[in-house]
Design a protein around this ligand. Sequence first.
Ligand code: PLI
Length: 469
Amino acid sequence: MDAIPQTMGPQFGRRSWAEPWKIKMVEPLRRVTAAERVSALRAADYNTFLLKSDDVYIDLLTDSGTGAMSDRQWAGMMLGDEAYAGSRNFYRLEAAVRTHYGYAHILPTHQGRGAEHLLSRCAITPGQLVPGNMYFTTTRLHQELAGGVFVDVIVEDAHDTTSLHPFKGNVDLGRLEALIAKEGANRIAYVSLAGTVNMAGGQPVSMENVKALRVLCDRHGVRIFLDATRMAENAYFIQEREPGYADVPIAAIVREFCSCTDGAWMSGKKDNLVNIGGWLAVNDWTLYEELRNLIVVYEGLHTYGGMAGRDMEAMAIGIEECLQDDYIRSRVGQVHYLGELLTDWNVPIVQPVGGHAVFLDARAFYPHIPQHEFPAQTLAAELYLDSGIRAMERGVVSAGRNPETGDHNFPRLELTRLTIPRRVYTQAHMDVVAESVKTIFDRRAETRGLRMTYEPRYLRFFQARFERL
Ligand code: PLI
């Protein structure tokens, strides 16, 4: 019995969790040499979005479309009904969204931004305001292109990387009420609510907050549309942190949360565990009719919306899988494992750790690099140079420019995101990532910032180019 390590087993007071799956197929990773990394990053002009995936070792660029499908989902792909109209897979998807998210009318879209586009065009009258719990890049752009003006009404704690508020995604109801009082309810297109909040570090919204938001909006006749992209992860935090929800299943929490909203859009590439796809769902028939009419212009017929039948089937199965308590616990648990390693080493990260990623606080990491020299972009470049790990910027580059003044938007959060794909990497990969971050943290004083040499008009973070100062 001497062979049993002292730290393992319940008799020693420790119980670990493990992923509720085992690996059936593997994809080899390539370790990229230091010389290759230098030349690949130069060729990509210091933008990790412009790297070739073949030049990446561990890819933490995004959790979007990068997850591993289950054997059930792959089997479902073989059941694709590729009829142009009325595919049986559409009806499976429609039933899954109705059952688990609770909305009445469902439209598939090619991915999340397709749904954002349609909803923005149908639900915003030019000149209207769209209050929301922090902007998201594609969401705000579609709202602006439809003539709307986004207004941030997230709680103040969301902008403070060190605040331990358990629900940093909450709407500041006082600010929203003041906005409605000042502008009048007619000027509000709808409240754009995201659970979790990506740009704040994957931070959740509480059930108490969404219920109070519903009451406030009902008082003024304002609609609430939900970005449900990472709603299963949001539900996990409610179960973990909110009184009364510890024994409520994730699926029931999602259903209850969604019942406080008038509709939702979804990037199925995240929570719903598929490599491509999305959906849009609303309760109001008149709005649905408008959306259903517009979808044939931009996405495809209302029973496929830009998706293959097989992909709709995989998403219907992914919806069921992503709401299982064991799955979501291990998914968020892996993100937290990485966050705890970095916290133990005093690396500045957004606290508490969010649902889909660990966000490095680039301002605190590189206090000597001013925001106009892109500290978060620099950090992503340094990480790649050190180990071939790919992260992404979520700071001033992502925030873009003010459409009226043309100036940079300078967000208070200047973050580099280590985004964890779902069911893809192991705990050992997380160790390797943490060690690389620690290495560049230890030599942070020598690091210089970047200058932007090329700036595209829309969503500049995807294609901007930089050089070293
Ligand atoms: O990438 P799409 O078009 O399927 O979804 C757009 C989108 C909408 N809402 C939220 C909260 C997102 O995170 C989102 C896409 N996110 C990406 C691509 C990401 O890397 O976070």
